[in-house]
Design a protein around this ligand. Structure first.
Ligand code: PLP
Length: 453
């Protein structure tokens, strides 16, 4: 077989092991701002940070590439076990000064799953160091995604993600989501949390981990304030830690440096990822408060958990350049200012469509909940694969969005997620809204035709 290069590549034309073997993958040559250019000359409007909510500064940023190249010219690589380096030191210091003043320490890794796995180990280490080795379980929402490693996969309750790997997954505890559909007040989720704590024994629970504002799992959804307050009370009473997965929301996506900044609860740990590298370097990590650090500092003085590329100078130099750009261009403020009107514009553009139940938005993280047009309420039948239909229809409109499929537990239906670059101009945002409306219009027509047959 000869490897083909060109517009679209199918699994029988490549030596790559693709994710979906029946999907032809468009080949992207280059990107500029919010535009992706395919090998055959198409321009795709990127409304989702390259597809995974990453490219928050857009594509083709010379300043970031140059910062990376300049640091790369200084040194190829050094291992964090033996050395530290100036970019890592500066990045940790500036992050704490600028973005996370309540946190005490940062540890860098190279991906969101690694960050959450590190948070898991750090929470465990915290309790072991303090003489409570019985604490190991995590509680997390069932409708969630926290990573692809076996430790982080165990933190979701979504059976479609877990299977067939269940035999490898630790038995953590999962809460049903307190969405308006199920539990508007958050009271049921708190009652379930109490029940789980009681059943498992609170002395076995190490931490509660969740996204403060959900990304792919329930786009732009955050539980109501009473839930957060109730969670804080239970942390106080039972002594577990609260870890926020801000792999998507960290560094400005929801209009504040961290989504946690807008909640009535201060997490003990926060993980971050995608946005700080902005697509120019694989950069992620964990931030923790003083008491978490102190448990190790006054105990074994050894938190051993790491990977080859953690804190590498070239990667951290990218993080510094991204942080500079976010500050200099006042992009977090821009997301905060522009996010609400963007949500309203999207909601009014989609107002007439019967497959849209709700448009949610927090900053530049937006979600569209799709429903059965026959009653405007039920989830769409699984056989329609509406999420995939929306994504492929969007590509027909030269638009990149990312949709998630209904979950068989009935907690969520098909949903579409938008995460435009913070640097998108007003014209580009208007174009995104117009193309999303055209996409949803076409998808609705196809869904209705399918439902009639
Ligand atoms: N946490 C959340 C909320 C995510 O959305 C993701 C990835 O999409 C991850 C963790 C895992 O990050 P990574 O794919 O970088 O390992």
């Amino acid at each position: 077989m000869a490897t083909r290069t060109g517009a679209e590549i199918r699994s029988d034309q490549t030596h790559v092991f693709p994710r979906l073997l029946d999907l032809p993958y468009p080949s992207i040559d280059r990107g500029e701002g919010v535009w992706l250019h395919t090998a055959d000359g198409r321009r795709i409007l990127d409304a989702c940070g390259g597809g995974a909510m990453v490219a928050c500064l857009g594509h083709g940023r010379r300043d970031i590439v140059e910062a990376s190249a300049a640091q790369g010219a200084e040194i190829a690589y050094i291992y964090y076990h033996q050395f530290t380096n100036e970019p890592q030191e500066r990045l940790a210091r500036r992050m704490l000064e600028v973005a996370a003043p309540g946190m005490a320490r940062a540890r860098f890794v190279t991906g969101g799953s690694e960050a959450n796995e590190m948070a898991l180990r750090l929470a465990r280490a915290y309790h072991v160091e303090r003489g409570e080795p019985g604490r190991w379980r995590f509680v997390s929402p069932a409708q969630a995604y926290h990573g692809a490693t076996l430790a982080t996969l165990a933190l979701t309750g979504r059976s479609t993600l877990r299977q067939p790997y269940d035999p490898y997954l630790a038995e953590h505890l999962h809460l049903p989501p307190s969405t308006p559909r199920f539990d508007e007040s958050g009271e049921e989720a708190l009652a379930e949390l109490d029940r789980l704590l009681e059943e498992a024994g609170p002395e076995t629970v190490a931490a509660f981990l969740c996204e403060p504002v959900s990304a792919a799992a329930l786009p732009a959804y955050s539980p109501p304030v009473p839930f957060w307050k109730g969670l804080a009370e239970r942390r106080e009473e039972h002594g577990f830690l609260v870890c926020f997965d801000e792999v998507v929301t960290g560094f400005g996506r929801t209009g504040s440096w961290f989504a946690a900044d807008a909640l009535p609860l201060e997490p003990d740990m926060v993980t971050f990822g995608k946005g700080l590298g902005a697509g120019y370097a694989p950069l992620a990590g964990v931030l923790c408060r003083e008491h978490v650090y102190e448990a190790v500092a006054s105990g074994s003085r050894n938190f051993e958990h790491g990977h080859t590329w953690d804190g590498a100078p070239q990667i951290c130099a990218v993080g510094l350049a991204v942080l500079d750009a976010l500050e200099r261009e006042r992009l977090v403020e821009r997301v905060a200012d522009r996010g609400p009107s963007l949500r309203d514009e999207l909601a009014s553009a989609l107002a007439g469509y019967e497959i849209v139940r709700e448009v949610r938005g927090r900053g530049f993280l937006l979600g569209i909940e799709l429903v059965d047009p026959r009653d405007g309420e039920s989830f769409l039948p699984e056989r329609l694969a509406a999420a995939a239909l929306v994504d492929s229809t969007a590509l027909e409109h030269d638009l990149l969005v990312t949709s998630s499929h209904a979950t068989p537990d009935g907690y969520a239906g098909d949903q579409t997620l938008l995460a435009p670059a913070f640097t998108s101009t007003d014209d580009e945002l208007a174009e995104i809204v117009a193309r999303v409306a055209a996409t949803i219009g076409d998808a609705e027509r196809r869904v209705k035709e399918d439902l009639e047959t």
